[in-house]
Unconditional design. Structure first.
Ligand code: SF4
Length: 224
């Protein structure tokens, strides 16, 4: 299906990906001027922990837990100073609490032992942290102002396909396709724009094409 939208864009004479990307970004930026990460954090460490906790749950859910969590665990050492069961209880509402506790404690140990207790900026370093996959690393690096890739979540994947920007299903391949057309200066904000557009307008099951600022640029539009 994803491939068909790339073909459809050509059939409808919508222009090449490289030509459509600038107006797509401009229109989305105009429409979703408030698009930004929804997680709340005050430091690099809080950002990293928030993103790790956000796997398989909502940002709202994470934001409910983190104020007390960050008060109790201000440094990497603090996460290791309590028994694992205590941290499990503290993050329980975010789900997968055993797995996340293991990942967070492993990551804190690695930060202390290999990065002087600091959150690294390089994607290659971030992905060496236990439980930190490419998507998490991309989110952290981007929010720290060092985007080295493009975050691909479920919304980014769906919209990239519908907009005919990628014919792939695999997130790593979609990211590679996006990196070829999205200007590097926009790598950090582009996923936020797609995520917010996906939540507000381009719903997975019921896209509201009639209210969409991208309608005339979109090969998946249901209006034509
Ligand atoms: S025109 Fe429809 S399918 Fe295309 S991006 Fe907009 S809402 Fe989604």
């Amino acid at each position: 299906m994803a491939g068909s939208y790339v073909r459809e864009a050509r059939l409808r004479g919508l222009g090449r990906r490289r030509e459509r990307i600038a107006p797509i970004i401009d229109r989305l930026a105009n429409e979703h001027a408030d698009a930004a990460i929804a997680l709340r954090f005050r430091s690099d460490l809080e950002l990293l922990v928030s993103v790790m906790l956000s796997a398989q749950t909502t940002d709202v859910n994470v934001n409910r837990v983190t104020p007390a969590l960050f008060e109790k665990y201000p440094s990497p050492q603090d996460y290791l100073a309590v028994p694992a069961e205590e941290l499990e209880r503290d993050i329980y509402p975010t789900g997968f609490f055993r797995q996340k506790t293991k990942a967070i404690r492993g990551t804190m140990r690695a930060l202390i032992e290999e990065f002087d207790g600091q959150v690294p900026r390089r994607l290659d370093d971030l992905v060496t942290l236990p439980g930190v996959a490419r998507k998490t690393a991309n989110v952290v690096a981007s929010e720290l102002g060092h985007a080295q890739g493009i975050v691909v979540d479920t919304h980014v994947r769906r919209l990239s396909q519908r907009l005919g920007l990628s014919r792939n299903e695999d997130p790593v391949k979609i990211e590679r396709d996006l990196q070829r057309v999205v200007p590097r200066a926009d790598w950090a904000r582009f996923p936020h724009l797609l995520i917010w557009h996906g939540r507000r307008v381009c719903d997975a099951r019921r896209p509201r094409c009639e209210d969409c600022v991208l309608e005339e640029l979109c090969p998946a539009s249901r209006l034509r």
